[in-house]
Design a protein around this ligand. Structure first.
Ligand code: NAG
Length: 388
């Protein structure tokens, strides 16, 4: 520990300053004579180098963000310097510090920065940014876009979470239509759990000790299922869950961006799927959010696997509504219905698909899964997001 902190303070965590070029699109170089920061009269050297930090975080000297100190030190050991956002002329490292830790209490900070945004501009706000980013960092706060879709058992009132969805705005969760409808077995869609990482812990805390606010269950006000979806069939598998109260964005709850078109979505491109459920690499269902990288696959591959099942035939099986991904010998299985499949461009996550269905031979070689295409339904999503 001490060695790395020493390194950080003297030579800036190895050569991370050089790494600024990797994100040149949002490098901010403060060349002007910025003498002080109005908040606390904190002196800023004129040769301070800072990258822009996502939404609710701020590029601060590591020593002013003690909650992330241990995390940053570990990352430094692992040669993952991407948690850092800059340095001053003394090579003192800066880190994207979630505002939660700079302006307590957390809720107050979240309020003023977020909740007054007019909902009418629909999806034009900031999206796709994790407040804690690092190339190898995949834990709490790295993928804050997923939510768990909860069904209530009508007999005993217990909640179960058979599906995953994604946060696309303060009031809207995107998921699969087959997750938005009443379950046959005495369950009814009731709420969405937002801000969760490990479902066995409350609050969620990282190994290095910083914690996210508790996950919150939001009641579902109503569901917008695609009008062409037919229960029990596989086409038009898309739905919006409209929440009764808006989400307060936090370190563990942020909206994801939506992919507008198919540009760049080529076979072999790597995408990530996140959610809570079982994946083919493990026999147990983990309580932690899972992430898995899968390659985009050709439509022919899905046709080969599912063509004869009838799942893809229907009068409504219009061209391009599905995407095929996986087939590498690992996949997500039960519990990932409705989960977001996304690509990361720069440091921004764009959802490209919604997990729709897969094979019982989940995770088999050359057995990809089928996703609802976001590009195909982009306009439908925008048209059906409520205006307040
Ligand atoms: C969001 O924050 C406001 C202000 O602190 C609070 O009143 C409200 O209950 C919060 N909403 C949720 C869903 O946590």
């Amino acid at each position: 520990m001490n060695l790395c902190i020493f390194l950080l303070a003297t030579i800036g965590c190895g050569n991370f300053i050089i790494k600024f070029s990797y994100a040149a699109d949002h490098v901010i170089i403060e060349t002007e004579n910025v003498k002080s920061d109005s908040r606390e009269g904190r002196a800023i050297q004129s040769s301070t180098y800072r990258l822009a930090c996502p939404g609710l975080s701020e590029c601060l000297p590591l020593r002013e963000c003690p909650q992330l100190l241990a995390e940053a030190t570990t990352r430094c050991y692992n040669s993952d310097r991407s948690l850092f956002c800059g340095a001053n002329q003394n090579y003192e490292p800066f880190i994207c510090c979630p505002i939660a830790y700079t302006t307590p209490p957390f809720q107050a900070a979240a309020d003023t920065t977020n909740n007054n945004i007019n909902y009418q501009d629909k999806l034009s706000g900031s999206c796709g940014k994790a407040l804690i980013q690092g190339s190898y960092y995949k834990k709490l706060g790295a993928f804050p876009f997923a939510a768990r879709v909860g069904f209530k058992n009508l007999n005993n009132g217990n909640l179960v979470y058979p599906c995953t969805g994604s946060i696309i705005s303060r009031r809207v969760i995107l998921t699969a239509a087959h997750c938005g409808l009443a379950k046959a077995d005495g369950h009814r869609l009731s709420s969405v759990r937002v801000g969760e990482f490990d479902s066995s812990k409350d609050p969620d805390c990282s190994e290095s000790g910083y914690c996210a606010p508790s996950a919150i269950n939001h009641a579902v006000s109503h569901v917008v299922v695609h009008p062409d979806y037919v229960n029990g069939q596989y086409h038009h598998d898309i739905a919006l869950l409209i929440l009764r109260t808006p989400i307060n964005y936090t370190i563990s709850a942020q909206p994801i961006c939506l992919q507008r078109d198919r540009n760049g979505l080529v076979v072999g491109k790597r995408a990530t799927i996140i959610g809570w459920g079982k994946n083919s690499l493990s026999n147990v269902r983990s309580t932690e959010m899972q992430y898995l990288e899968v390659p985009l696959a050709s439509w022919d591959q899905c046709l080969r696997v599912y063509g004869s099942s009838g799942a893809l035939d229907s009068q409504k099986s219009i061209e391009g509504q599905w995407m095929c991904a996986g087939g590498e010998g690992k996949d997500v299985c039960n519990g990932f219905g409705g989960a977001p499949l996304f690509i990361t461009e720069g440091s921004t996550a764009y959802q490209i698909g919604i997990m729709s269905f897969g094979s019982e031979n989940c995770g088999g070689l050359r057995i990809p899964s089928v996703y609802t295409s976001i590009a195909h339904f982009h306009n439908w999503i925008l048209d059906n997001i409520p205006v307040e």
